[in-house]
Design a protein around this ligand. Structure first.
Ligand SMILES: O=C(O)c1ccccc1N[C@@H]1O[C@H](COP(=O)(O)O)[C@@H](O)[C@H]1O
Length: 210
């Protein structure tokens, strides 16, 4: 199972989290987020990652324009793009053409069960879906938990990440009910926004050990 730790801002923490076993690191490219990092800051983290077991590097964007996404991906050395806003299937198609080989992840912020059906409209243009909890004022990193019970029949046409309020304390309960291809944690393994708590990250991987 893939494990993505999102909201990385510091090179030493990125490296430590990769060494603990994260298969993907997420970088918030959303101006206004307390976890925002510039393309150059991401590159500094990427340059410090251990060789040989380098995790995927995912940039998180909200309704950014195509040029900004492409320039950031190249400058920062990203391997994937997470679209966390209202990006349309057509936007994903254009991005796919501009960045062939880049993993495209479309996040759906689940307000009602109807949201879940939106994923199929993207399936020809993206690689992966991600389900996050809906918050009326904030776009992500909210710590809000999805209603896992409601998702029990969710079987999308693509691999998917479960996000939204996961912590070392609740991750096994979530995985007892759902079988996502990956999990994504941000605020649940932080001391404060953008400052990861390495003890909590280590505890997460202990919980996930078979
Ligand atoms: O973390 C942010 O600040 C953020 C800002 C804008 C869009 C997405 C953001 N984070 C994403 O939120 C989810 C879940 O976070 P949490 O575990 O509930 O804190 C995760 O996918 C982040 O990529």
């Amino acid at each position: 199972m893939r494990v993505k730790i999102c909201g990385i801002t510091k090179p030493d923490q990125g490296r430590a989290i990769a060494e603990l076993g994260a298969t993907a690191l997420g970088f918030i490219c959303v101006p206004g987020s307390p976890r925002y990092v510039s393309p150059q800051q991401i590159r500094e983290v990427v340059n410090c990652l251990p060789q040989g077991q380098t995790p995927d590097r995912i940039g998180v964007f909200v309704d950014a324009n195509l040029t900004v996404i492409c320039q950031t991906a190249i400058t920062a050395g990203l391997t994937g793009i997470q679209l966390h806003g209202q990006e349309s299937p057509n936007f994903c198609q254009q991005l796919r053409q501009m960045l062939p080989g880049m993993e495209l992840i479309k996040a759906l912020r689940v307000q009602t069960l109807t949201t879940l059906h939106q994923g199929s409209a993207y399936q020809d243009w993206i690689d992966t879906l991600l389900l996050d909890a809906y918050h009326p004022q904030r776009l992500g990193g909210t710590g809000q938990i999805l209603d896992w019970q409601q998702l029990q029949d969710y079987s999308p046409p693509l691999p998917w990440f479960l996000a939204g309020g996961l912590t070392p304390d609740n991750v096994l309960a979530a995985l007892g009910q759902l079988k996502p291809n990956g999990i994504d944690l941000s605020s649940g393994v932080e001391r404060s926004p953008g400052d990861k708590d390495l003890d909590r990250v280590a505890r997460l991987f202990e919980q996930l050990r078979p």
